[in-house]
Design a binder for this molecule. Structure first.
Ligand code: C2E
Ligand code: MG
Ligand code: MG
Ligand code: MG
Length: 290
């Protein structure tokens, strides 16, 4: 009996592994055709200035719907796209699409905020990334200062000098660089100063536990204070409740982004935010339940 159970559990395990493997292969296969079949779209999530409530800009977030796989999260397919190199073509599409969308907002609503685009380390390490950005800026006719590229810390683990050089070249033409998910990687506050970045996005894991007074609030406000001292603009990611807004306001965080102030939405659904131009933070603050 025992032997049978053992056998069953082993075959169950290998079955699971086999399915996982096949799913991955299938994702890879579908991913290769996804661009051609127009299966990608971008959602836009608003970022707001804490001091004024004015819209700072939008982050473009990639969505993939495949007829056989259904919706696949970027958390799942981006790493596969990176490993296979498909990310270079997908990333180029994302950049062009986000910039053209920006141009439309500029023409229709005189929008002059920022469009933030996530960039994989793989893309930056390609020789012609700088020229690709130049080309897309030219094609779409958007001012370089309106484009922000979001990169992550693990980019700096290897190829440090050449990466810094590239980022400095982009900064020189006016493009903004922001460091995404700060606090999840090999973050060290001391090396921040040496990085060619303008903006720092404080990861949602820092923000999550700031709804109540306590050590988490103290840690997060110290981080914000230090980042401000270095001279970087701050954005809090993953803001989900009014208490966090209240806390971030007093911690002098520059901007907020999160489900509370706006979920990622298709371009046509964020037009009203652009027209309105701001969020009313008052609705979240000075309330009895604080
Ligand atoms: P990210 O760049 O840090 O993007 C923020 C993620 O947090 C998004 O998940 C967004 O939907 C989610 N989010 C926003 N507000 C809240 C909130 O209040 N609470 C919570 N719990 N989550 C919130 P999403 O869209 O699933 O994207 C996941 C990650 O996939 C992104 O993290 C980014 O690293 C990557 N990604 C997305 N689009 C692209 C892209 O076009 N290119 C590349 N290279 N990576 C992308
Ligand atoms: Mg991002
Ligand atoms: Mg992030
Ligand atoms: Mg993230």
């Amino acid at each position: 009996k025992v032997k049978n159970m053992g056998k069953n559990s082993i075959s169950f395990f290998t079955q699971e592994m086999k399915e996982e493997f096949l799913r991955r292969i299938n994702i890879e296969k579908q991913l290769k055709r996804a661009l051609k079949h127009q299966e990608f779209k971008l959602l836009y999530q608003p970022q707001f200035e804490m001091k004024t409530g004015k819209i700072r800009g939008f982050e473009a977030l990639l969505r993939w719907f495949n007829p056989s796989l259904g919706f696949v999260s970027p958390v799942v397919f981006i790493p596969i796209a990176e490993e296979t190199g498909i990310i270079n073509d997908i990333g180029e599409w994302v950049l062009r699409e986000a910039c053209s969308q920006y141009k439309q907002w500029q023409e229709q609503y005189h929008f002059n905020g920022i469009i933030s685009v996530n960039i994989s380390p793989t893309q930056l390490k390609k020789q012609d990334f700088y020229h690709l950005v130049l080309k897309i800026l030219e094609e779409t006719g958007i001012p370089p200062g309106c484009l922000e590229l979001e990169i992550t810390e693990n980019l700096f683990i290897d190829a440090l000098d050449s990466t810094k050089e590239l980022l400095n070249e982009l900064i020189a033409i006016g493009v903004k660089i922001s460091l995404d998910d700060f606090g999840t990687g090999y973050s060290s506050l001391s090396y921040l100063k040496s990085l060619p970045i303008d903006t720092l996005k404080i990861d949602k894991s820092f923000i999550q536990n700031t709804s109540v007074k306590g050590v988490e609030q103290e840690i997060t406000s110290s981080v914000i204070e230090l980042v401000r001292k270095i001279g970087l603009e701050t954005i809090a990611e993953g803001v989900e409740d009014p208490q966090q807004i209240d806390f971030l306001y007093h911690a002098l965080c520059d901007n907020v982004q999160g489900f509370l102030t706006g979920r990622p939405k298709p371009a046509d659904e964020v037009a009203y935010i652009i027209k309105k131009g701001k969020v009313d933070f008052e609705q979240y603050m000075h309330r009895d339940d604080f």
